[in-house]
Design a protein around this ligand. Structure first.
Ligand SMILES: Cc1cc2nc3c(=O)[nH]c(=O)nc-3n(C[C@H](O)[C@H](O)[C@H](O)COP(=O)(O)OP(=O)(O)OC[C@H]3O[C@@H](n4cnc5c(N)ncnc54)[C@H](O)[C@@H]3O)c2cc1C
Ligand code: FES
Length: 284
């Protein structure tokens, strides 16, 4: 497996002014922050390490996908979960936060063809930017399969398509309150034919299920099949070694740092059995 490492020279420390904090349904929060460097540099699937509040707490920054970019402003989508996300969700317009980014290795853009995106829950976060960049790079159509536990927890379809008729959003909910009743992974097989790329992001158990679906598809797979993985991240740039994930390497295996070789990795190169066996911090 060829190692693709993130380029740390592209990242910068920024202190950004919060422009807006919007409460979407189901506990999702969208934060818009003026971060000129990250806005100019971010590629789809890359992330920023964010922190707010008075030092020393929280000590560590937390990783968040760059959800969208508009001029000098970056958008992030999150939900209050623990200390870090609660503090970020409690910000108001005019507050400041610290960001280190962009970090990581993102999705590979095809030059043409159809792109299929598979989003589970907060895995929707990288896709507003990713679908737009895919269209700018030449994708004729982008299909976003967007799944969540219930209708109110679905990231709004119009924020993914932004009026572009060539971006189609297909929704799925676990409780059947909107769209397909079931898991979003059940929609994938029907969309694979002729696709140039498949990109996925969601909780690791969803990605394990997706890998099984793709394994059954065999030869029908697109040339690019990538997933954005999650791991606990202390630093985001390869120093703490806290984000190691099992990957396949030739006939054997090794651990790869999610923050440098990922978070986006080729699906064929992830050791999905090893990932499924990791402790709970990796499956949240
Ligand atoms: C590359 C990357 C991009 C991410 N992008 C987003 C995003 O756009 N939006 C979003 O809401 N979340 C995103 N996450 C997950 C987010 O970073 C965690 O939810 C956050 O760090 C939790 O911090 P906390 O202080 O609120 O929770 P903590 O108090 O640290 O932990 C609360 C719970 O969250 C789990 N958790 C902690 N860190 C992670 C992690 N890195 N990944 C998954 N679960 C974790 C813990 O196991 C625990 O169950 C991303 C994670 C990664 C690795
Ligand atoms: S987050 Fe520190 S090495 Fe990856």
């Amino acid at each position: 497996m060829a190692r693709r490492l993130s380029d740390l020279r592209r990242a910068a420390d920024e202190r950004g002014e919060v422009v807006a904090v919007e409460r979407l349904g189901g506990g999702l929060v969208e934060i818009s922050v003026r971060l000129p460097h990250t806005a100019a540099m971010a590629r789809p699937g890359e992330f920023a390490q964010l922190r707010c509040g008075t030092p020393p707490l929280p000590l560590l920054r937390r990783p968040f996908s760059v959800a969208w970019v508009e001029g000098e402003v970056c958008g992030f989508v999150l939900e209050p979960l623990g200390e870090g996300t609660r503090r970020l969700a409690g910000l108001h317009a005019g507050d400041t936060l610290q960001s280190l980014g962009p970090l990581g290795s993102g999705f590979t853009l095809p030059a043409a063809g159809r792109v299929v995106c598979v989003a589970g829950g907060l895995g929707c976060a990288p896709f507003p930017l990713a679908v737009r960049r895919a269209r700018q790079a030449g994708a004729g159509e982008v299909v976003v399969l967007n799944g969540a536990a219930s209708a109110e927890r679905l990231y709004p379809a119009d924020r993914l398509s932004r009026g572009d008729p060539c971006i189609r959003v297909v929704e799925a909910t676990d409780d059947g309150s909107r769209g397909h009743h079931g898991h979003v992974t059940e929609l994938v097989a029907a969309e694979l034919d002729g696709a140039a790329a498949l990109w996925a992001c969601g909780p690791n158990p969803m990605l394990v299920a997706l890998a099984a679906v793709l394994g059954r598809a065999g030869a029908a797979l697109p040339p690019i099949v990538e997933a954005s993985l999650e791991a606990p991240m202390g630093c985001g740039f390869g120093t703490c070694l806290g984000c190691a994930l099992p990957v396949r390497d030739g006939a054997g295996g090794r651990f790869a740092l999610c923050c440098r070789e990922g978070p986006v990795m080729p699906v064929a190169e992830v050791d999905w059995e090893g990932l499924a066996a990791l402790p709970p911090a990796y499956v949240a």
